[in-house]
Design a protein around this ligand. Structure first.
Ligand code: 13P
Length: 301
């Protein structure tokens, strides 16, 4: 392992590249990254870094968002098959049909969407700001919300707005059951429960907070609790434990593993830097449209 780490660091320096990793990446990938973050944070970091080459250790929609926000940079993803079933749950044709059925509705879409979907939206939102985006649209009568029904339900409940939701979901988060939380609460009654808003409303109802992955980092650091039950992908616990050595973190469900995130390995990261693969570049016509709903979101939050 030491040899491959040294080689990655050597190539990174040679290329003047930066390595960005999502909070769900394998521990060894998190350890070698220059920056860790949630879905949108990574693209924003990519945009402000001086490096012209960014290796994004995450899934494809994250690399695409980085390409939309920084078209002058080369965005590499170490495994071109690292996808997101939630992002793939809606096609442009599906979205256009939904828009045609609801011609007066404004379209809001989660950042976990393809660049082509973003190009058809009025606003993008993240797990961290979906509520602010929906609240901002107080004068709009109808809101289409895609693709995650759980995030849509959560935003709808908090803002008391009826949303026209696409019925997509993250298979990892909807597999976390209320029973998992109840069982862990019994074992650790003093623990605070933090879950991702991609979890079902029944799970969110049992939690102290529903926040993005970086929101979890901030809350775990800020809250006085010494124990936390975490309802999201397993590797989140690696970062939380590393950042908070005095606190204890328990996974709500041991089954919460995103295989797509695990496709990025040190070996693939090495080849990515060595062979400059695989470049993710959003075509200019799509990029010009997709950046508008992202900028609208950024101007609100
Ligand atoms: P975050 O933006 O909270 O990191 O969520 C990413 C994700 O894909 C959750 O499944």
């Amino acid at each position: 392992m030491k040899k491959i780490i040294d080689e990655i660091l050597r190539l990174k320096k040679l290329r003047n590249a930066s390595i960005l990793a999502h909070n769900y990446q394998l521990p060894e990938v998190q350890d070698i990254a220059d920056f860790l973050g949630d879905s949108l944070e990574l693209s924003r970091i990519a945009a402000r870094l001086p490096s012209k080459i960014i290796v994004l250790c995450g899934v494809r929609f994250m690399a695409e968002t980085a390409s939309i926000l920084c078209p002058d940079k080369k965005i590499l993803i170490p495994d071109k098959n690292a996808g997101c079933p939630l992002a793939d749950s809606i096609t442009v044709k599906d979205l256009r049909l939904l828009q045609a059925k609801n011609p007066r509705a404004i379209s809001v879409g989660y950042v976990n969407t393809t660049a082509e979907i973003k190009a058809e939206l009025d606003y993008v939102c993240t797990s961290g700001n979906a509520i602010s985006v929906v609240k901002h649209l107080k004068n709009k009568k109808e809101i289409i919300f895609v693709p995650d029904r759980c995030l849509g339900d959560y935003a709808s409940k908090v803002t008391r707005r009826k949303l026209i939701s696409w019925q997509g979901s993250c298979p990892i988060h909807v597999d976390i059951m209320p029973g998992h939380i109840k069982r862990m609460k019994k074992l650790h009654p003093q623990a605070a429960v933090l879950v991702h808003p991609e979890c079902t409303s029944e799970v969110i109802a049992l939690a102290d907070a529903a926040v993005s992955t970086s929101g979890m980092c901030k809350l775990a650091n800020k809250m006085k609790n010494k124990e936390f039950i975490i309802g999201t992908e397993k590797e989140m616990l690696y970062r939380l434990r590393k950042d908070n050595p005095g606190k204890k973190f328990f996974a709500a469900s041991a089954r919460a593993i995103c295989d797509d995130m695990k496709k990025i390995t040190l070996k693939k990261l090495f080849f990515s830097l060595k062979d400059m693969q695989y470049e993710v570049k959003v075509a200019d016509d799509i990029r010009k449209k997709a950046i508008k709903p992202i900028k609208r979101m950024l101007s609100i939050t």
